[in-house]
Design a binder for this molecule. Sequence first.
Ligand SMILES: NC(=O)c1ccc[n+]([C@@H]2O[C@H](COP(=O)([O-])OP(=O)(O)OC[C@H]3O[C@@H](n4cnc5c(N)ncnc54)[C@H](O)[C@@H]3O)[C@@H](O)[C@H]2O)c1
Length: 382
Amino acid sequence: MKTRIDWVRRNCALLSSIEEEFASTRPFAGKTIGTGIHLEPKTVVLLLTLQRGGARIVATGNLNTTQAAAVQYLRERGVTVFGGPTTQFEEHRLNLEAVLDQRPDLLLDNGGDLFDLWRENRYSALLGGTEETTSGRMRLEPLRGELAMPILVINDSPIKQFAENEHAVGQSVLEAYMRITNRITNGQRVTVFGYGACGRGVAANFRAAHAKVSVVDLDPVKRLQAHLDGYDTPRRDAAIASADVIVTVTGRSGVLGPEDLGLFKDGVVIANAGHFPIEVDAKAIASSPEVDRRDLFEDAIEELRLADGRVLRILAGGHMVNLAGPRPMGNSIESMDLGFALQARCLEAVAVGRVDRGDCVVPVPRAINEQVAEAYLKTCYS
Ligand SMILES: NC(=O)c1ccc[n+]([C@@H]2O[C@H](COP(=O)([O-])OP(=O)(O)OC[C@H]3O[C@@H](n4cnc5c(N)ncnc54)[C@H](O)[C@@H]3O)[C@@H](O)[C@H]2O)c1
């Protein structure tokens, strides 16, 4: 029987054709690419595509998202993978250090961890690389002076913004909520914190699932956009107090914490879809003296009973909900194929010297966006 990874490989049309091309052009011949990215079926396909381009790949996962089958599949195909599934920051950091100890020529970073760590233990062979996320871009921008090498931010491509962040994250967060809780969305009051590309998709998908959605954003311009898109935009406290479901997707820390315990509606379900498990301070909430009882249900649901009888449910301990719970699939294959085609093309551009140190923490070049868009459209209309 073929595996899910084989299914994903078969449906990544863009990466398959890039893989074929790379097998003859070999843009990474003699080079090592280091990465710390969610290790799941779609990233497996990306890493194997880069390998076909001549790269030696050294990898580790991200916190709480590494899938054992993905690690095994990669190892069987000659990829060096450090560590396995973990939720421990310290263990994760040691795995990232192990990747950098291999002195990669290029980094495919996800959250800025590797470039940040490189500053503590510099070596001159590093040519540059890519950063996948918004959170990573925010972390690396202030470090431009120190990094001074080409780093292309995949997240800032318009393709990544609409294909993955908006459409695919929105769909997969709704899918994860239903898969983990198996609860109704119709008529539920859902509050989405953050109305960036991801928040827009999350709000739209819950609305399409017949929930009553409100949006909280610190930025009045985003609140206006949400308002004109037809969502309620109540004050933060009122939005929390009325919500049956709260999803955070801001990229910022401390969005919800123990200081909000007085506000939550009885039975509220709280999930985070932002990259890092920092948006909902799940640990501080659970250890608050107001919590009388904690029940852990299978499939990553924690229920907290407060002294006044109200109940709160937190999904996946505040880790990214769409890569948590039973049989997590993450975003759709095609949306990731698009984003990873951008990754492959950007790493190629850095490897062959098509970008330079002036391109440090900048969006994907327009020519690459156009190349990837044309390639995808060709798969739909040929
Ligand atoms: N789950 C996934 O599969 C997935 C995929 C892509 C990105 N992400 C992550 O999702 C997060 C959001 O990404 P994005 O591209 O939408 O970011 P973005 O920067 O475009 O939008 C974030 C929004 O949150 C708002 N915000 C910040 N702090 C807030 C607060 N305390 N309360 C309310 N609003 C607040 C900002 O004003 C902004 O409008 C990031 O962490 C990103 O890495 C997750």
